[in-house]
Design a protein. Structure first.
Length: 495
């Protein structure tokens, strides 16, 4: 029964989000501490417009959601829900203003802050939730009222702001309340409003904008940005600024690095010297059916200098082995590109890599590595082009221009001008026997394939100035990507 009630309120949340109300600004951002390690601003008004849920065609969807909510609520709770759906201002929250999500060392849980326009209406809404046992009855705190939800989340509010600290551990609840008390009373000069990263973040354009310390981001997302930086650098002083936007036919995330630290600024400039600008000079050697492609323009000498400052890299090679690696890398002079062109039913990928070189010594070093490889490797050279592959069929055509080359793909035109580029060709990926056969594993796999079939390709671009972007391009270029996602979700759940 409890789970069912939560589902009803989740449905209510969907309705509230896409019926954002209008109101004036307040300083609810004062709650965010100056040392926040990550902050995101969510523009619900923009998302509401792009989702299409307010369109006339979705009138029946709203009614079905209302029916789902009504079926499990008592009369008092449903009356409040109905009021909010008809006029979101009845929630007491300014849902058309940005909602901020942040974390900090003092408050390590993801935390939301939302502007309050009517404290009495907030209380009425929470009382309705309490009557359905979604949260506990509202209680008095130190300068604020609060409640806790069934998942442990703490919700506290004043006349100006509402704060939700997500999934607080029961043993940390009292400590969290003390931190919230301090933040609720925090003046502007002690808040994030004076943080230069936050100020720069607010200049970004998008449905969601953010800044985060490199130290607090998963390494999966920061390896490329932090490549070659000294391990002794204080990464808490390096931030990633960015935006996330739903556009017609595309979901786009743009990002850039930012720091006030002079040493880090020097390191970033040094990093950029190791890379040149891609000219897409190798695309004609790869087939258009390529599944995944990555390319970088590297200056071998500078690139090796970056690697030599990394202890993990240095510890991986000793003696003559390190000498061979140095010989290979320092003689790269231009573009390096790697592609996965196929995969066996057992998941073993077929790949081929090309590199523009300035000395055949690089090929000799490559052959030495191929000779001791655990799997068969084939190395060759064509003029100032070295190549290596694990597939005999690819070796037979290596160094030759393809009949239907990768340059014919829809993403190839995006390669030029970047310092590095990566793409996943979703259409080719879905055609792999390994992936195509998954449709027979059940309805869930078939759904994933159906969803994947709406995607043309996924790409990542990086520029020399520390900026970059990650894009998911859909086949339907005319309709907003968020609306396409909503339409797919409606189809999936039968709305």
């Amino acid at each position: 029964m409890e789970r069912k009630k939560i589902y009803h309120f989740l449905a209510l949340t969907v309705l509230i989000v896409f019926l954002a109300a209008c109101s004036s600004k307040t300083e609810y951002t004062n709650i965010i501490p100056a040392d926040a390690s990550a902050v995101a601003s969510i523009n619900l008004k923009s998302l509401a417009e792009k989702s299409g849920l307010n369109d006339q065609e979705n009138k029946d969807v709203k009614q079905k959601l209302m029916d789902a909510i009504k079926s499990g609520l008592n009369a008092t709770a449903f009356k409040q829900v109905e009021k909010i759906v008809n006029d979101p201002a009845e929630s007491g929250l300014a849902l058309n203003e940005p909602i901020y999500c942040f974390s900090s060392r003092a408050l390590p849980y993801p935390t939301l802050t939302i502007k309050v326009t009517d404290v009495d209406k907030v209380r009425t809404t929470l009382d309705a939730m309490a009557s359905e046992q979604v949260c506990k009855p509202v209680a008095k705190g130190d300068g604020y009222d609060f409640t806790t939800f069934t998942d442990g989340s703490l919700c506290a509010y004043t006349e100006g702001a509402l704060v939700v600290v997500l999934s607080v551990e029961s043993t940390q609840l009292e400590t969290t309340k003390k931190t919230v008390t301090r933040l609720m009373k925090q003046e502007a000069d002690k808040s994030v409003s004076k943080n230069k990263g936050f100020i720069k973040m607010k200049e970004q354009k998008g449905d969601l904008i953010f800044f985060a310390s490199m130290q607090d981001l998963p390494t999966t997302y920061t390896q490329q940005i932090g490549f070659g930086l000294s391990e002794e650098m204080d990464m808490s002083q390096l931030f990633v600024l960015g935006s996330f936007s739903f556009e017609n036919g595309k979901i786009s995330m743009k990002y850039e690095t930012y720091t006030e630290n002079k040493e880090l600024q020097a390191q970033l400039k040094k990093q950029q010297k190791a890379f040149g600008t891609l000219k897409a000079s190798l695309t004609s050697y790869f087939p258009a059916s390529t599944v995944a492609y990555i390319a970088v323009n590297a200056k071998g000498d500078e690139f090796y200098k970056l690697l030599s400052e990394n202890s993990e890299f240095q510890n991986s090679f000793i003696g003559a082995e390190r000498s061979e690696v140095k010989s290979l890398i320092t003689h790269i002079d231009g573009e390096v590109a790697v592609a996965i062109t196929n995969a066996s039913l057992m998941g073993m990928p077929s790949f081929i890599a090309y590199a523009e070189i300035n000395d055949e010594v690089a090929v000799k070093s490559l052959r030495k590595y191929a000779a001791i490889s655990m799997i068969p490797m084939y190395v060759g050279q064509s003029g100032k082009l070295a190549f290596i592959t694990n597939d005999k069929a690819l070796m037979a055509v290596a160094g030759k221009v393809q009949t239907d080359p990768l340059s014919n793909t829809s993403f190839a035109e995006n390669i030029k001008g970047n310092s590095y580029y990566m793409a996943i060709n979703t259409e080719s990926l879905l055609k792999l026997p390994l992936v195509a056969n998954m449709a027979g594993f059940g309805e869930e796999f078939a759904m994933y394939q159906n969803l994947g079939s709406q995607i043309s390709y996924i790409e990542m671009r990086g520029q020399k100035d520390g900026k970059g972007e990650l894009n998911m391009t859909l086949k339907n270029k005319e309709k907003n990507a968020l609306k396409q996602i909503v339409d797919f979700a409606k189809q999936f759940v039968g709305l």
